[in-house]
Design a protein around this ligand. Sequence first.
Ligand code: FES
Ligand code: FES
Length: 164
Amino acid sequence: MTTISMTVNGKAVTGNVEPRTLLVQFLRENLRLTGTHVGCDTSQCGACVVHVDGAAVKSCTMLAVSCDGSNVTTIEGLANGAELHPMQAAFREHHGLQCGFCTPGMIMSAVDMVNRLGPDLDEKTIREELEGNICRCTGYHNIVKAVEAGAQAMGATGQRVAAE
Ligand code: FES
Ligand code: FES
């Protein structure tokens, strides 16, 4: 076992992990942050996307030990108390989900998209950027609308993710 430390959603955390423990396992099993989902074992679905040092990553593809000392944001870290992050609010407003399983990863990818590309995103860009996120329910149409609106709302408030 190895002891690792990192900042998750603005809080310092430590834990003992095996060298093979994945970041998503550490988040879900050690820290009980179960908003980050596992939807595949082939690194394709994107349900596990979190931000590490400000960039979106698939947490099923990273070892927890390689995140020692990093700053991690999960879906649980986006809202400001009872106030949803603008991207979360846009998914609710535009019905960008059905079962919700893909939603945490979609939202973390969408926020990263805005952080990298700015708030003025067209449909083609959004669809291309969501290539690594699979939704098995919605047909994507409302997800794209939600990302477009969430991006505009982030731009209007000058908001990036809550904790980088
Ligand atoms: S669980 Fe990470 S990409 Fe599917
Ligand atoms: S809302 Fe069910 S997988 Fe996307």
